[in-house]
Design a protein around this ligand. Structure first.
Ligand code: SF4
Ligand code: SF4
Length: 373
C-alpha cells in the first residue's frame, strides 16, 4: 500500500493555482461536506504509532507530502530512521532539498519535484526565483549521489503550452528530465467561470497533446528509449499489458491513501479535513483492511471508464465544476487516450524491431503520479 504522509499544512510558496485559488475560493463554502479546518499544522502523532501501522504491511510505501514536507526536516529524518517502510518517496517544491543531508536524500526511491516548464513559466506560476533554486538543488543532489528517479511534476493550466514546455524539460541542456508528469488544474476549485478553460483546452491543450504523443514516439525511434512521460506511459502500459480496470489510476481511495497531520486516514491528500471520508486513525486500523472508496457518476456510466479509471476522486465527489465543465475535462482524457491508441502501431513495431523493450513501459504504479492529468 501507498500512503501520503502529510507532514504539515504549511507551505513556503504561494503559487497561483494553489494559494491564489484558495484565496479566491475562501468564501465559496464547501457544500454538504463537514470539513475540519483545525488540523494541527505539524504531525501530532508519535513516530512509533506510524511504525506500528506500517508494520502490518510488508509493502508499505510512504510518500512525504505537505503543504511542503521539507519544512519538516526533523520529522522526515525521524520517520526515515524509525519507520520500517519498503520505500520512501518525497513530493516537494524542491526549494529546501539542499537542507536535507545526502544520507537521507540518497535513500529516497523517487523524488517528485514541482516544476512547470521553463524558467519564465515556472516563475510565473510559482514565484520569481523558484526555477533557479529548484534546478540548482537538483544538480546538487545528483552531485551528492542521488541515483533514484526525479520526476518533474507540472501543474498545467491556461498559460501552459504543453508541447513546448514538456519538450523544453526533456531537451534543455542544464538539467534534462526523462521523467515528467503533469496534472491539469481543472475541477479542484470553484473557478470555472473565471477561467478560459474551454477555449484553451479545445484550441491549445488537446491538439498539443496529440503533437506531443507524436514527439514521444519519434523520440523512441531516434534514441531507442522511452521517455517516462507518465500520462502517456500509464495509458500505453495498460494497452500493452492488457490491464484495463475501473479503478483510479492515482490509487486514491483504494491503494494509495493519505495520513493527515492528526493521524486520521483519508482517501487522498486533497480530501484533508473531510470528515465524511475519514477511514479511521493509524492507531487503530490495519493498512491492509482499509475501506475502499470509489468514484460515482458520471464516471461509472462513462464508456471509457475502464481506460480512464475516473481521473480524480476529489473532483468526482466534490463536483466543484458543473456537468458541462466536467465534460470538457473528460474530453481532454478521451483525446489523450485516443492519441496513444493512434500511435500504438508505431510503438508495437519498434518493440518488434527490438529498438525498445516491453520493460521500458513498466513503472512503479501509485508513486504519486496520477497518470490521468
Ligand atoms: S472520462 Fe470523465 S466521466 Fe469518463 S471516467 Fe474519466 S473522468 Fe469519469
Ligand atoms: S487525482 Fe484526485 S483523487 Fe487522485 S490523488 Fe490527485 S486529487 Fe486525489
Amino acid at each position: 500500500m501507498f500512503f501520503h504522509v502529510m507532514l504539515t499544512t504549511e507551505c513556503n510558496l504561494q503559487c497561483r493555482y494553489c494559494f491564489g485559488e484558495a484565496l479566491e475560493d475562501f468564501d465559496v463554502g464547501f457544500g454538504g461536506f463537514d470539513v475540519d479546518y483545525s488540523l494541527p499544522k505539524r504531525v501530532s502523532y508519535s513516530v512509533g504509532l506510524l511504525d506500528g501501522f506500517c508494520r502490518h504491511d510488508a509493502d508499505c510505501v510512504l510518500i512525504f507530502y505537505g503543504g511542503e514536507p521539507l519544512l519538516c526536516l526533523d520529522e522526515i529524518k525521524r520517520f526515515m530512521d524509525n519507520v520500517r517502510a519498503k520505500y520512501f518517496i518525497v513530493q516537494t517544491n524542491g526549494l529546501l532539498l539542499d537542507r536535507l543531508e545526502p544520507e537521507y536524500v540518497n535513500r529516497f526511491h523517487t523524488i517528485l519535484v514541482s516544476i512547470d516548464g521553463d524558467e519564465a513559466l515556472t516563475d510565473f506560476y510559482r514565484g520569481r526565483g523558484t526555477f533557479r533554486k529548484v534546478i540548482d538543488n537538483l544538480k546538487l543532489i545528483r552531485r551528492n549521489g542521488f541515483k533514484g528517479e526525479i520526476i518533474a511534476r507540472m501543474t498545467v493550466m491556461e498559460q501552459t503550452d504543453i508541447y513546448t514546455q514538456v519538450r523544453w524539460l526533456v531537451e534543455n541542456k542544464e538539467f534534462p528530465f526523462s521523467s515528467i508528469h503533469w496534472q491539469l488544474n481543472a475541477g479542484f476549485w470553484k473557478d470555472f467561470e473565471r477561467r478560459n478553460f474551454k477555449k484553451w483546452s479545445e484550441e491549445n491543450y488537446n491538439p498539443r497533446i496529440r503533437k506531443l504523443v507524436g514527439f514521444w514516439v519519434d523520440f523512441m525511434e531516434r534514441n531507442c528509449a522511452v521517455l517516462r512521460l507518465y500520462p502517456f506511459l500509464g495509458i500505453a502500459n495498460s494497452i500493452i499489458f492488457n490491464e484495463e480496470e475501473s479503478l483510479l489510476r492515482c490509487g486514491g481511495g483504494w491503494i494509495n491513501y493519505a495520513i493527515q497531520t492528526d493521524g486520521h486516514i483519508i482517501p487522498c491528500p486533497s480530501m484533508w479535513g473531510m470528515k465524511n471520508y475519514y477511514l479511521g486513525h493509524i492507531r487503530n486500523v490495519n493498512p491492509l483492511r482499509l475501506r475502499k472508496i470509489f468514484v460515482g457518476e458520471p464516471c461509472t456510466k462513462c464508456e471509457i471508464f475502464t481506460a480512464c479509471g475516473g481521473r480524480c476522486l476529489y473532483a468526482n465527489v466534490t463536483k466543484r465544476w458543473n456537468a458541462s465543465a466536467y465534460r470538457l475535462v473528460c474530453k481532454t482524457v478521451r483525446n489523450l487516450i485516443e492519441a496513444i491508441h493512434a500511435e500504438m502501431p508505431r510503438i508495437q513495431k519498434l518493440i518488434r524491431q527490438e529498438k525498445i523493450r516491453l520493460e521500458d513501459f513498466k513503472f512503479m504504479k501509485y508513486n504519486g503520479c496520477e497518470i490521468i492529468p
